[in-house]
Write a protein that binds this ligand. Structure first.
Ligand code: SF4
Length: 305
């Protein structure tokens, strides 16, 4: 990818302003929408306005489950190079999702993606979605609390001060379903969630136009290579363009088939087709059933954006 020099395109006035808390924490995944929020702030086009009218103090936090698409890592590296004092970027320490899934036989607890189970005559089912919390949300919160301790000498989770921050998530205005389905009760009190793109009525089309206007390459969807949400076309692309990552996904798929030691009594599959990934490749990544080829979604706000 050819990345432009952001320092040569600073805006003199913000195009968008978001009345905010004193502190804003951006969940930065390296996908299209969270990168838009970072870049628009970096260019001075988007201003999070603190209660006294100044720029709010911002921190951008990346959670890395260790299994993103290489293009996403490349993009995140470029964003990190463009960190400024006003826009620091942290990478949260956290566990590696692939290592843990491959090591599942030594575990009784698995923070798995919502992989699919074959219930025989009862049809297909899905495991409880645990990965996003364990590999992304919790590492981001730990990193944020550490940043607060270092910067303000306050831990927002334990402080008696009323210290609250806005947690920014990049759902656009045409993602009303994701906005409405977001589970605010799972957020800690000190970190209420805001959807600035939705509040500014910015939709996916406008986000695309932003990348085009500034000649900035558009990031690919940010998601783990072993994610349950790859549809068949996405898996096919992975097998063709990133065979090593496809082989890793196949290994995970092989290893999770029998999770009885984790309390799962049905055979488990990475793909919602309930077909092993190796078999799907042999079949040309087609089930002949279009409904089954549709991709799933994550509504937590830290995956894919
Ligand atoms: S991208 Fe997929 S596998 Fe990775 S944490 Fe998110 S939902 Fe889980």
């Amino acid at each position: 990818m050819n990345f432009p020099d952001l320092d040569k395109m600073q805006a003199s006035h913000p195009r968008w302003e978001v009345p905010s808390n004193w502190v804003v924490c951006l969940n930065l995944s390296g996908g299209t929408q969270s990168s838009f929020l970072f870049l628009a702030m970096r260019l001075g086009l988007l201003k999070p306005v603190s209660p006294n009218g100044d720029w709010a103090t911002v921190v951008c936090i990346i959670a890395d489950p260790g299994n993103e698409n290489p293009e996403t890592y490349n993009y995140l590296d470029w964003l990190k190079e463009n960190t400024t004092d006003r826009l620091p970027v942290l990478v949260a320490d956290g566990p590696n999702i692939t290592d843990d899934l491959l090591d599942n036989r030594n575990r009784s607890r698995l923070d798995n993606p919502p992989f699919f189970v074959d219930k025989g005559d009862l049809g297909a089912g899905q495991l409880v979605h645990k990965c996003t919390s364990h590999y992304k949300i919790q590492p981001i919160r730990r990193a944020f609390r550490k940043w607060c301790r270092d910067k303000f000498k306050i831990d927002p989770a334990t402080s008696s001060h009323r210290f609250t921050v806005d947690c920014w998530i990049g759902f656009t205005s045409d993602e009303v379903r994701r906005v409405n389905r977001f589970d605010h009760s799972s957020q800690p009190q000190y970190m209420p969630v805001r959807f600035p793109l939705n509040e500014l009525n910015i939709d996916k089309q406008q986000v695309s136009e932003f990348y085009e206007e500034f000649g900035i390459p558009m990031p690919s969807r940010s998601m783990c290579e072993i994610c349950f949400a790859h549809g068949l076309s996405s898996r096919k692309k992975q097998a063709e363009e990133r065979p090593g990552q496809f082989e890793l996904a196949c290994k995970v798929d092989d290893e999770i088939r029998d999770l009885r030691h984790c309390g799962v009594t049905y055979p488990v599959y990475v793909s919602n087709t309930l077909i092993p990934l190796r078999k799907l490749k042999e079949n040309g990544f087609s089930t002949g059933n279009r409904m089954k080829d549709a991709e799933s979604e994550c509504n937590s706000g830290v995956c894919f954006l």
